[in-house]
Write a protein that binds this ligand. Sequence first.
Ligand code: WT7
Length: 701
Amino acid sequence: MADSKTTTAVADTNESQIAVHWKEEATYKPSAKFVAQANLTDPSVNERFAEKNFPQCFEEYADMLTWYKRWDKVLDTNDPPFWKWFVGGKINASYNCVDRNLEKYKNKAALICVGEPEDEDPVTITYQELYVRVNEFAALLRDFAGLKAGDRVTIHMPMVAELPITMLACARLGVIHSVVFGGFSGEACGLRAADSGSNVLIYMDGYYRSGKMIDHKAAAELAVAASEKEGQTIDKILVWRRHPGKYCSATPMVKGRDFFVDEILGNYRGKRVDPVPMDAEAPLFLMYTSGTTGKPKGCQHRTGGYLAYVTGTSKYIQDIHPTDVYWCMADIGWITGHSYIVYGPLALAATSVIYEGVPTYPDAGRVWRIAERLDVNIFHTSPTAIRMLRKAGPEEPKKYHYHFKHMTTVGEPIEPAVWQWYYHEVGKGEAVIVDTWWQTENGGFLCSTKPAIDQMKPGSAGPGVPGIYPVIYDEEGKEVPAGSGRAGNICIRNPWPGIFQTIWGDRERFVRQYYSKYTKNKQSKDWRDWPYFAADGAVLAKDGYFRILGRVDDVINVAGHRLGTKELESACLTVAEVAEAAVVPVVDEVKGRVPEIYIALKPGYAPTKEITDRVIATIETMIGKIARPRQVHIVPDMPKTRSGKIMRRVLAAISNTLDTGDITTLANPDIVEQIRQHVQGKEKVAVKEGPEDLKQFGKEE
Ligand code: WT7
């Protein structure tokens, strides 16, 4: 419990009352050329998806799919907030992304896979070939690995064709896939495997990254050990090889447990597996993400609603046609890749590009060479990647003859200056841009402009996409009106088909984290009483455009990916000498935010570089390189409230050279100046105005 004085200080600066000043940006219109070919140009979409037509409006998306049996009910609200979509419907996601495209497009590229080594030619997989591979691997999963509908399987793989093939083979059988981002450590993979109850892991031996072959199979051993420690045994590991026939890992294969896929796949040549008709509500996959506690949560996504939502938004917001060459640079190990590399684009029979490596390898022109060679016309990436490419080679895009009609930015707020470079240099002034705001939990886009209908505004995501009714509430649950200039918590008033079903194995946490804050009546079966709380701060301009300011909880957005501060802190505490740890976000020119760590040692230990290095190494093995802190500060003590809580907001202020605010209520106010000098040096660094999420960080303490 914080003491009463601290609580008052918090109430005084309630986030909803903080005026947010920013310059209104000039808007841009989509070109006539774009509009002429776009999927969604009829402004009646606003009417069709208006609240009076909810939830039936979403049949427009479900009708884009092929169902074995049509649904009886669009939305069932009987067990709030566990909404059910397209109830009674039967569908298979693999069928919709593969089989149904054969009639018209069997000889068309489904996937074009670009390896990192530039002398390796891209590999094209047609829809017919994808059909063959998905069937054969599904047969192997069923007959060799013994997997059946409802089982979970954990997949830890890089960006190669075999990853979507594996996912679609699972979906064909109704097996629930849980893909863990390839850059996460083996230990992180093992914990997720245990939580999901997987006893089969699917790996690749290695992959190329920055010109080096990474030994990825090494992670599998750590995953097995971590899973075993949680009480979950891994019986089988299926290992794809980056170069079939040639093992790229130094880690021995364990007899009877590990199997090379290329060696056993021969037994399933030519096999066909009928897609299993699944209930619309059957889980399709789990995607783990960080939250406010140390334990990542498995977001459970449904089959019918999810597939309908990503297909509809891929068509209307991404403007995907079967004739397009679409390249999303995200990793398939994140939700963006699931929804907008695999499921959405393939359901629309597009050609989806998969790139294995680092965007700036071997040089700053690589991305644009790929775009030119494959004649990509839709491009999708994050502000971090845009900043990186801009920094590495602002003049590079000009040198290549590619033409994008459409570009996406996703994952973090984009600074107007970065947006301008994206628009003018990358898009050559020809491409429309959508800034799409959403989350792992959401399945698909929540806010974005409709590319041929709405104007673009740099730095603002835009209005809710069709059928999404966002609202900003203050701490008391009062609506913050448009144009007030005040920030608050962005919520979605209604359910939608892409929203996740629950947190795997934790219904209570699902309700608590996303719904209890603004539910007025827990007994109500009316969806209007259950706004979804996104844990993002936002401002709503007069024109109805939302500007997303960032997380209002203990989550740090690093390069568009979520890291829970508590997860990092738990990792630090496993280092024997560490007594206390606090993780704070620091502004980074390229990645948006990066974590910085403060630790206090147990009595009797002196600070050494060796301890610092061990803390970093521990984070890398327990979570992954993505969580690597910018710095680790060993401090004599943490700033604390009188009730003993660490004041993370004070540490965040020091790390970002911001004003530390009121520290008179601390139990040990003198420590603040000591820490400041330790971090910033003797001289007082000028205080600068900080971004909104940093003002919010650690507030509740
Ligand atoms: C958090 C969700 C699903 C997209 C990939 C990230 C931030 C996401 C935007 C945007 C400003 C954004 C939010 C959100 N975010 N998109 N267009 N503008 N912020 O998914 O890892 O679940 O992270 O990313 O803070 O809550 P995620």
